[in-house]
Design a protein. Structure first.
Length: 260
């Protein structure tokens, strides 16, 4: 285990709040206050990072192989051109605070996010094929009178991401944006998309049994394979005119042009 008083990585973080071209595999985040720290072109393999405050930290060009991040505060963190996938398996985030975190052009394929706070998180142009979200929270809660917590609002953005084959069953995406994303063959069974935007996304052959898409904006979305019979609720959903033929066919209704 490296000594925080002599290890060059710790010294660099203490002196300049920056680590570059470093192997972080032996780094210990426990009880470390690394707010706004910068990590550039760093690597880590088979490491478990637990605890620590990495609020507003910046990660650029970093590569993580089979790593686990547990109970870390990543609020307002920024990840750009980072990879959490080694070609065979992804990394794991457990009980992490990722509120308002931003992932841009990152590879999170086959990764798992387990019981993470993801309110107002943003994923843009990310490769997330086969990613698994288990019990995530996209909802900001407001503590009133110190006794009860009432939901204020939900927010998250997935933009131009590849979520093909993702495991997202029973995830509550209500009021979230999944725009121009690929969700082909994704497991969305029991997922909630109430008042969400899925505009321009690809839901080809996604599994949506008992999903709730009431009030969702599905204009321009590829709905190939979707059957309205399988949904829990679709009241008030918005579609483009060209989508109505396929959806009505799933109900056994044939659509013909108006008689001239």
């Amino acid at each position: 285990m490296p000594d925080p008083e002599t290890d060059p990585i710790y010294l660099s973080l203490q002196q300049s709040n920056r680590a570059a071209n470093a192997d972080l595999s032996q780094l210990i985040f426990d009880d470390q206050l690394l707010e706004s720290a910068r990590f550039e072109n760093c690597t880590a393999s088979g490491a478990r990072f637990a605890g620590g405050d990495l609020t507003a930290s910046n990660w650029e060009g970093c590569r993580f192989s089979k790593c686990e991040f547990s109970n870390i505060n990543f609020t307002d963190a920024r990840f750009e051109n980072c990879s959490f996938f080694d070609g065979e398996s992804g990394s794991t985030f457990r009980f992490c605070d990722l509120r308002n975190a931003n992932f841009k052009n990152c590879d999170l394929s086959m990764s798992m996010l387990f019981v993470c706070d993801l309110f107002d998180v943003k994923f843009s142009s990310c490769r997330m094929r086969g990613v698994a979200l288990e019990k995530p929270s996209f909802t900001q809660t407001l503590n009133r009178s110190g006794r009860s917590k009432k939901p204020a609002r939900s927010a998250a953005t997935f933009e131009e991401c590849n979520l093909n084959d993702a495991i997202l069953k029973e995830v509550d995406f209500s009021s979230c944006r999944l725009v121009d994303c690929r969700l082909a063959n994704a497991d969305l069974n029991g997922a909630q998309f109430v008042n969400s935007s899925l505009r321009g996304s690809d839901l080809t052959n996604a599994s949506l049994r008992f999903a709730n898409i009431s009030g969702a904006d599905l204009r321009g979305t590829d709905l190939t394979g979707l059957s309205l019979h399988e949904l829990e609720n679709y009241a008030g959903m918005q579609i483009s005119a060209g989508q109505q033929y396929h959806l009505l066919r799933s109900l056994g209704i044939d659509v013909y042009p108006d008689d001239e």
